[in-house]
Design a protein around this ligand. Sequence first.
Ligand SMILES: Nc1ncnc2c1ncn2[C@@H]1O[C@H](COP(=O)(O)OP(=O)(O)OP(=O)(O)O)[C@@H](O)[C@H]1O
Length: 923
Amino acid sequence: MATLTPMMQQYVKIKEEAKDAILFFRLGDFYEIFFDDAITASRELEITLTGRNAGLEEKAPMCGVPYHAAEGYVQRLIEKGYKVAICEQVETPGESKGMMRREIVRVVTPGTLMESRALGEKSNNYLVCVTRSHGMMAIAACDLSTGDLHVTSAPESEEWLKGEVGVYQPVEAIGDAQLLQLLESQIAPLERRLVCTPWEKGKEDGAREQFGEASWARLDEERRICVARLFAYLAETQKRALGQLTKISVYEPNHYMILDPFTRRNLELTETVRERSKKGSLLWLLDRTKTSMGARTLRRWIDKPLLQRSAIEDRLEAVEYLHRDLILRGDVQEALREIYDLERLVGRVAFGSANGRDLIALRDSLIQIPALKAVCLNSGSQTLAATAKRMDECADLAEAIAAAVTDEPPVSVRDGGLIRKGYHEHLDQLREASVNGKRWIAELEAEERRITGIRSLKVGYNKVFGYYIEVTRANLAQLPEGRYERKQTMSNAERYITPELKEKESLILEAEEKMADLEYGLFLELREQVAERIPRLKALAERVAETDVYQAFAEASAEKSFVRPQLHDGYDLSVDNGRHPVVEAVMEGGSFVANATDLAEQGANIMLITGPNMAGKSTYMRQVALISIMAQIGCFVPADRANVPLLDRIFTRIGAADDLVGGQSTFMVEMADIQVMTQQATKDSLIIIDELGRGTSTSEGMAIAQAVIEHVHESIGCKALVSTHFHELAHLEESLPRLQNYCMAVRESGDKVTFLRKLVAGAASTSYGIYCARLAGLPGSIIDRAYGLLQGFEQAAAEVAAGQATGVSVAPNSVSVPEEDRKQPDIIREETSLMASPADQDGTRITEQKQTDTAATDADEVVQLSIFGDEEHPAKSIHAVPAKEDPKVKKMLQRVRDVDVMNMTPLQAMQILNELKLEAQRL
Ligand SMILES: Nc1ncnc2c1ncn2[C@@H]1O[C@H](COP(=O)(O)OP(=O)(O)OP(=O)(O)O)[C@@H](O)[C@H]1O
């Protein structure tokens, strides 16, 4: 430190305060970046790395960006996941002796961005704070650019935390270090980027003062701690008043349907799984909003379907009026069209970055409010009228802006041209002086031409020399002696001034400088007036946004022929001619096939859907979930009729998102999801599982699938849609009274298969997997071979069945487990039919000898071999040993008998199966 130059000493000291950020250190017209920061920034921003003498042996690495272009560079670093600390000179040159004082004036982080260029207009930019205290977990989520702040808490649960944080799709998270680790591993892979900073500081005083005693008193202890930490972080990074934070929206988790992050993705609520684009999502389909505020609110509503029927009915009522009355809808849309993003305008006002154009946008928006209000009040809809009544027109503000600011103000607020004539007397006088002076100068040219007779004489202005009279060299001889004072010599002209011109010039310049300062002062006063009304403006923005979403729902519903759902507090979910809204929308020619849904408490509440690949199973299951979600956000639904209960939660287990969590096998992800589901689903939940048990071997997959279905049937009792490739599970319909088989109809003609996309009762008998493989363009040789193999497998299975008659012990329920202990006979049947029974009826175990010589290339042969053993193929050394006598087998059988299927989790089931399998392999 001692050897460093004084300036670098200052740098190092300041850098101490911003260790985790890249420090932009203002030096004149540049922000300079030093040492490691410089190396990082030059790499990330692709700017030249140079060096600066810092008093050390070697030059300090350095790079820099011009201050006027800094915003873009800062944003690029933020997008790459860095934080940037901005250090300014906080005194003017010459103010004090020695080194100029410098301070960090703001730390820019992904979650505290204010510059609208970097912010998506239609989405929020959330920073979340997660804390743990008093046995509770709390989340506070804040969008500084709009002033949105939400807080909630629940008893400690990582699942809950993940789900709740996922709702906000945050770009930054702070708070409890351990919880952040969880978010980093579980949420970050789902989000584009998530910058985490452990943050335990937080004094309640600051936050209490900000939000007021009354709202603070309403917060539970754990929520206070959470908000206080968030506020402390914002205060420390932003280092300025945060006037946009006026209100804490407190909510209880049980007011909303719970959708875990995977379910939200699987259902493609706000973006598609594959391209991660909005296009193709439910949000894309429903987004007919006219304002950015409306678009953001719509996204929030989609992410948080309601659970209170009255609140949903209120929304539906507004949508219904707007849906059936085209003129009303048109009028609302018309009024909304001219309303700018009030929330972000307010954010910029609070932040101190709003310019004249922002205030004009605010004025123009406020002017629309009376019309919007009137339309809503006269709409006939109680909801719209109630919302309109609470719209504060802020007419005083609109008038104040209209009186003060010119219609087309410049971008800069410091160079004048902002304030209207007639607004301020002294300003008008200065303007008059300036205008008069300019007019005098404008007239001067004609006057001097007349006097001198020089027609090319010009009056001009340049920044360095001010006003001048220019005479070309050729005309110099014509100049009257002593009339002008020479000021500047050009190559073929001379420039002059006169004392009077000089006098007018200083009058004009002085007036202009004063005008600019005065205008700036007046503008700041006005902006202050706006800032004082921020709470009113924010409340107004909220109501405008709500109205916008209602009309968006109505518009989409009218266009897509959605109907108002009938909500009820009961259990049954029944839909006539339901459609998947997005698949239908992207399909050409209206060829989407509608399907009914009937899940009843007294009838069947589990649909087991079998059917070939590509038949439309996933689409159907998603459609049922989407209809429920749409109903619970207050939108009409894609169906002819829909009677829907309030679902407290939707679980989905639909493959596509697996790859998003790196390093975990599909199967383990599936099992972990199912474990959560079995723990947390209630009778009012909806469970959707696509291809249950697909990630493991056929028999194990089926075993787990059956165990899970039985658990849902017996212990949870919720509505469930399960699709499976295992047609063999269809028999469950016989033993589980509330399960019904369905399949996707298919028409076969010749070798052609047509998917009818129609859901019909009953189980499918084949998967048409090879047919789909052909459609996908696999080579004919592979397809032929696959058909050949399939035929072999099927023949083998048939022969196995026939074997019963010939005494070969392969009967489905014929393993050596006593009848009363056999809980899952059909799984064993599957093992028998496809893979050879582990034990025959006489307690004879048939073991497959490893085929080293024949290399077991012919699957056809392998199957037959393993099933029929030495009877059919004596040459291929299959041998039998008496199994029951083997103590190891005895032990295994005892373990199977001891299994309490109904009281174990799928994971436990899986573990036991795995252990049994290993033991079996060791035999
Ligand atoms: N009801 C429907 N009407 C018309 N087309 C549909 C319908 N349902 C699905 N489709 C079309 O069929 C395609 C396959 O649907 P989906 O992915 O739901 O099939 P699947 O049975 O789940 O197949 P897999 O088992 O291979 O995942 C979809 O991309 C969609 O275009």
